[in-house]
Design a protein around this ligand. Structure first.
Ligand code: HEM
Ligand SMILES: *[C@@H]1O[C@H](CO)[C@@H](O)[C@H](O)[C@H]1NC(C)=O
Ligand SMILES: *[C@@H]1O[C@H](CO)[C@@H](O)[C@H](O)[C@H]1NC(C)=O
Length: 520
C-alpha cells in the first residue's frame, strides 16, 4: 500500500518537473527541444563534434540582440533545473571574466571534483586562497630568470631528444605521431621548469613513464567526475570502483613522485618554481607546508603541459595545409637567422633558437595566435554564478547555475572576425606595416589564454616554447600527413587530436634569402 503511494507521488513529481521543463524549454534560444528529453537527442547525435555543434547553435539563434548566447536544455543533468547557458558574446565574456569577476568563481562543483588531484592550488581555488598564490606566482612569471630557465629546458629536449627521434624517422622514412612526441616534450619541460626534475619521457624508445601515466590517468578520472551527476562519482569513491579506483591508485604514484621531487629540491634548491615557492610565505606569514607545495607544483604541471602540445599539433597541421603560410614562416626564420648566424645555412639548424632570436619572430607568433583562435587548447570554459545576474545582452542567470563560455565558437563568428573567420590567416595579427604583432584592441575577442584577473600566467613562456619547437621542426623538415590518417577533435576539456597527428618527414633544403626573394 505504502509503496504504491510512494510510486504515484514520485511519478507525479517527475511528470510535473518534465512538463514544467518542457514549457520553459520551448521558448528558449537554442537547439530544438523535445518533451521529456530536451535537447539530448541532438546533443547525442552531435557528440563527436560538440564544439562545432555549439558554434552552430550560437550562430543561428533568434534576434540580433540575443544571438551568441543560447540555452541548452538537458533535463536532470544540467545544474540548476536542467538548463545550460552557453555564450560567446564578447561583452558577456568581459562581464563574466572582468567586470563582475567576484560573481563568477570556479565554484564548488569544479573545486570538489578536482580537489583530490589539485587541492587548493592556483588552478582550483577562489577568493583569498587563489589571490595569494596568484600574487606570488605572478611575480615569478615576470622574471627573466624563469624565461631563461624555460629556454634552457626547451634547448635540452630539442637537441638531445626531439632531433634524434625525428632524424631517425626521416632516414628510415617511418611515420611519427607528432602529437605524442609533443606531449612528451612539453611534459619534460614543464616538470623541469616546475620542480627541476626531468622525467625524460621523450627518449628514442618512447618509454612508459610511471609518473606520466599516473598523472594522465588521474586527470582523466577527475574529468569524468564532471560529466555525470555528482552523486555517481561519490558513490564510486565510497566503494572504490571504476574510475575512482584508478584515481586513488594513480594519485598514490603521483604523491610519491612529488614527495621525492620536493625532498630533492629541499636539499638542492634551483631556479624552478617549486624552489621559489619554498621561500615564500602564506597570508599568515608561515612557510607553505609540504603537502601544499606539492599541490602547487601539480597545478602548474596541469596548466602548462597539454595546452602547449595540442596547440603545437594544430599549428603543424594548419601549416601543412597552408603552403603560403609555411613559406612565409620559413622566410621570416631565414631572414632572422641570416642576421644572427650568417649565410651558412648549416649554422641555422645546429642549435635551437636563442631567446633573442625567438623574440624577433613576429609572423610565427601571429601564426600561433591564429592557430589558437581556431583551435583553442581550452575550447569551452565554465564559471559558477554566485548571485542572480543579467548579462549585457539581457540573458538572465540564476544564482547557483553554471555559465559556459565557448572560446572555440568565438573564433568562428563572422561578426567578430569577419567573413573569412574560418580561414587560417596569421596576417590578421599584424600591424598595418606588418612589423608588429597586435592583439585585437577592442574588447574580449580572443580568449584562448582567458581574460581578466585569471588570465593565463604562462602565456609568454608558452609562446617561447612553441616558437622554439616550431622552428626546430620546420627548419629541418617538411611534413606530410600519413595518407588516410584522419585528424579529428577529441571531445574532452582539452582540444586533443583524437587519433594523434601521424606524419612523414623529409629533409628541407634551406637557402639564404637574397634581396630579391625577400621583396617577392
Ligand atoms: C598554448 C598554451 C596555453 C594555453 C592555451 C593556456 C590557456 C589557459 C587558460 C584558458 C587558462 C584559464 C583557465 C581557467 O581559469 O579556467 C589558463 C590559466 C593558467 N595557465 Fe595557461 N595556457 C597555456 C600555457 C601555460 C603554461 C606553459 C603555463 C605555465 C608555465 C600556464 C600556466 C597557467 C596558470 C598558472 C593558470 C592559472 C591562472 C589563475 O587561475 O589565476 N599556462 N591558461
Ligand atoms: C546535430 O544537431 C543539429 C541541430 O543542431 C541537427 O540538425 C543534426 O541533425 C544533428 N545531428 C547530426 C548527426 O549532425
Ligand atoms: C643550448 O645548449 C647548447 C649545449 O649545451 C649550448 O651550446 C647552447 O648555447 C644552448 N642554447 C641556448 C639557446 O640556450
Amino acid at each position: 500500500m505504502e509503496s504504491v503511494l510512494v510510486f504515484y507521488t514520485l511519478t507525479a513529481a517527475i511528470s510535473a518537473y518534465l512538463l514544467w521543463f518542457w514549457l520553459l524549454a520551448r521558448n528558449l534560444n537554442g537547439p530544438k527541444t523535445w518533451p521529456l528529453v530536451g535537447s539530448l537527442p541532438y546533443l547525442f547525435m552531435n557528440r563527436s563534434r560538440i564544439h562545432d555543434w555549439i558554434a552552430k547553435n550560437l550562430h543561428s539563434t533568434g534576434a540580433a540582440a540575443t544571438y551568441q548566447t543560447c540555452t541548452i536544455a538537458i533535463p536532470f543533468f544540467a545544474r540548476k533545473a536542467g538548463f545550460y547557458t552557453v555564450t560567446c558574446h564578447p561583452k558577456n565574456i568581459e562581464h563574466i571574466l572582468r567586470t563582475r569577476f567576484d560573481n563568477y568563481p570556479k565554484g564548488p562543483t569544479w573545486q570538489v571534483a578536482f580537489h583530490d588531484l589539485l587541492g587548493q592550488g592556483i588552478f582550483n581555488s577562489d577568493g583569498e586562497t587563489w589571490l595569494i598564490q596568484r600574487k606570488t606566482a605572478a611575480l615569478e612569471f615576470t622574471t627573466r630568470t624563469l624565461r631563461q630557465a624555460m629556454a634552457r629546458w626547451v634547448n635540452r629536449t630539442i637537441r638531445t631528444r626531439l632531433w634524434v627521434i625525428l632524424e631517425k624517422a626521416a632516414k628510415q622514412q617511418t611515420a611519427v605521431d607528432l602529437q605524442d612526441l609533443l606531449l612528451r616534450l612539453t611534459f619534460d619541460n614543464i616538470c623541469g621548469l616546475t620542480f627541476g626534475k626531468d622525467p625524460e619521457t621523450l627518449s628514442p624508445d618512447l618509454p612508459e613513464n610511471l609518473f606520466a601515466i599516473a598523472f594522465d590517468s588521474a586527470t582523466e578520472a577527475t574529468l569524468q567526475r564532471l560529466l555525470y551527476p555528482g552523486f555517481l562519482w561519490r558513490l564510486k569513491k565510497i566503494f572504490d570502483v571504476g574510475a575512482e579506483n584508478r584515481l586513488r591508485k594513480s594519485l598514490q604514484v603521483v604523491e610519491n613522485y612529488m614527495t621525492e621531487a620536493l625532498e630533492a629540491r629541499k636539499e638542492a634548491p634551483s631556479d624552478d618554481l617549486l624552489s621559489r615557492f619554498m621561500k615564500k610565505r602564506d597570508s599568515d606569514g608561515n612557510l607553505f607546508q609540504n603537502s601544499v607545495l606539492k599541490r602547487i607544483a601539480l597545478n602548474f604541471v596541469l596548466a602548462g603541459r597539454d595546452t602547449s602540445s595540442v596547440a603545437l599539433s594544430w599549428f603543424f597541421w594548419l601549416v601543412m595545409n597552408t603552403p603560403r603560410v609555411e613559406e612565409t614562416i620559413i622566410c621570416e626564420l631565414s631572414t632572422v637567422l641570416q642576421e644572427t648566424r650568417g649565410k651558412d645555412t648549416r649554422k641555422w639548424i645546429e642549435e635551437p633558437l636563442t631567446f633573442d632570436e625567438a623574440d624577433k619572430l613576429i609572423y610565427l607568433k601571429a601564426a600561433f595566435a591564429e592557430t589558437l583562435r581556431l583551435y583553442p587548447s581550452v575550447p569551452e570554459d565554465f564559471k559558477y554564478v554566485v548571485s542572480d545576474d543579467v548579462l549585457p545582452d539581457g540573458t538572465y542567470l540564476p544564482a547557483g547555475s553554471t555559465v559556459t563560455y565557448s572560446i572555440y565558437s568565438m573564433g568562428r563568428m563572422k561578426n567578430i572576425w569577419g567573413e573569412d573567420c574560418l580561414e587560417f590567416k596569421p596576417e590578421r595579427w599584424l600591424s598595418d606595416g606588418g612589423d608588429r604583432f597586435e592583439s585585437p584592441k577592442d574588447g574580449y575577442k580572443f580568449m584562448a589564454f582567458n581574460g581578466g584577473p585569471r588570465t593565463c600566467l604562462g602565456k609568454d613562456l608558452a609562446y617561447l616554447q612553441m616558437k622554439s619547437v616550431a622552428s626546430a621542426v620546420l627548419l629541418r623538415y617538411r611534413l606530410s600527413l600519413v595518407p588516410g590518417h584522419r585528424v579529428e577533435q577529441k571531445m574532452s576539456l582539452t582540444l586533443f587530436m583524437k587519433n594523434g597527428l601521424r606524419v612523414y618527414l623529409s629533409p628541407r633544403e634551406l637557402v639564404a634569402p637574397t634581396k630579391a626573394s625577400m621583396s617577392a
